[in-house]
Design a protein around this ligand. Structure first.
Ligand code: KG4
Ligand code: ZN
Length: 338
């Protein structure tokens, strides 16, 4: 089954064609990152307009790259939540029109379910149940993936997402947007023991997390150094910050693995590209005999192939939409509007 998948929830316009949820025929991305960089972050209005300009040509490019025609497409899938509402609407409306014009089913996909499904593309042998640590720009979740479309959230951040805190600290350090990758690069040259930063305790649920205290502590440290004209060892601050994020995520994930009894851990989302988190997770989980699935960096960030992968399983579960499909800025991975 060939699914034409569309993703436009933030600053990447993406169209992919995925066969049977596992085989990527083509994965096209038109990134707007350079455009938003001069503003230090995504400008929603610009993002929506750029999606409109790019999406039709990108879908045509996907078909020609896969060397197939519209007749070979069996369904259209789209990210319908969560994201910048104007941006998500572009993908949803394009996909509704495409599905209607081609007379094919329309499959709505939650963006974060898509991130989890990136693992199905990277690891053909991976099947639920497994535990997934989701770390993206807007979400930090520990998810019990019981079936392809049946999930339970075991823990989540109570305030900022891990990616959000990376971006905020990077921005104050004058690193280019999106700052996570640049901060990671600097961290690899620093001493992670140089700046003591807090590891948050978050409420009663042992799997919940918190990053706003850590972020504020790092920002205070930077501002204080600026005020007293003290030279900051930026690489070491980045290393100390990355270590603190990693040490906030990993013990919770390991505890959730022990509770569920799973021996499979997948990681998903843009922050899954972080070198410190990748290494520490691999070390901690492998020591317990747990198989860790870390997607290649190309599948960690936003792309449409992951939407096509999850769409196949949503289709098999009968989760289809009609022309009344709406876009949502916020919606939980379980489908509730939040
Ligand atoms: O999943 P994603 O592409 O978009 C959302 O769905 O939010 O995640 C983007 C986030 C940004 O916060 C970005 O700074 C972060 O992933 N990121 C990283 C790294 N690469 C991307 N954070 C830390 N280390 C990295 N190497
Ligand atoms: Zn994403």
């Amino acid at each position: 089954m060939n699914i034409l998948a569309v993703e436009s929830s933030c600053d990447e316009t993406a169209v992919a064609i995925v066969a049977d949820g596992r085989k990527v025929l083509t994965d096209c991305i038109a990134s707007q990152v350079d455009l938003h960089r001069i503003y230090g972050g995504v400008v929603p209005e610009i993002a929506s307009r750029k999606h409109i300009e790019a999406i039709y040509a990108l879908a045509d490019k996907a078909l020609s790259q896969a060397n197939i025609t519209r007749k070979d497409i069996d369904a259209v899938a789209v990210t319908y939540a969560p994201g910048l509402i104007g941006a998500v609407l572009v993908g949803v409306n394009f996909s509704k029109a495409a599905a209607l014009a081609m007379g094919k089913p329309l499959i709505p996909v939650h963006h974060i379910r898509g991130h989890i499904a990136a693992n199905y593309l990277a690891f053909p042998e991976l099947k639920p149940p497994f535990l997934c640590l989701v770390v993206s720009g807007g979400h930090t979740l520990i998810v019990d993936v019981q079936e392809y479309t049946k999930m339970q959230i075991l823990g989540s951040t109570l305030d900022d997402a891990a990616g959000e805190s990376f971006d905020k600290v990077a921005r104050v350090l004058d690193m280019p947007y999106p700052g996570g990758a640049a901060l990671d690069k600097a961290a690899q040259l620093g001493d992670e023991t140089k700046y003591p930063l807090p590891r948050a305790k978050a409420g009663d649920n042992p799997y919940d997390m918190s990053f706003s205290g850590l972020k504020t502590a790092a920002l205070n440290l930077i501002h204080h150094a600026q005020q007293v004209n003290e030279e900051l060892d930026v690489n070491s601050l980045c290393a100390s910050f990355s270590a603190a994020v990693s040490e906030s995520l990993i013990p919770k994930t390991i505890a959730a693995l022990k509770q569920t009894g799973y021996h499979k851990l997948a990681v998903a989302g843009g922050v899954a590209a972080n070198s410190k988190i990748r290494k520490e997770l691999m070390d901690a989980a492998s020591a317990l005999g747990i198989q860790v699935y870390l997607p290649p960096l190309s599948l960690c960030g936003d792309n449409a192939a992951m939407i096509g992968a999850q769409a196949y399983y949503e289709y098999l579960s009968g989760n289809l939409a009609d022309m009344s499909l709406n876009a949502y800025a916020t919606k939980s991975i379980l489908g509730e509007i939040i």
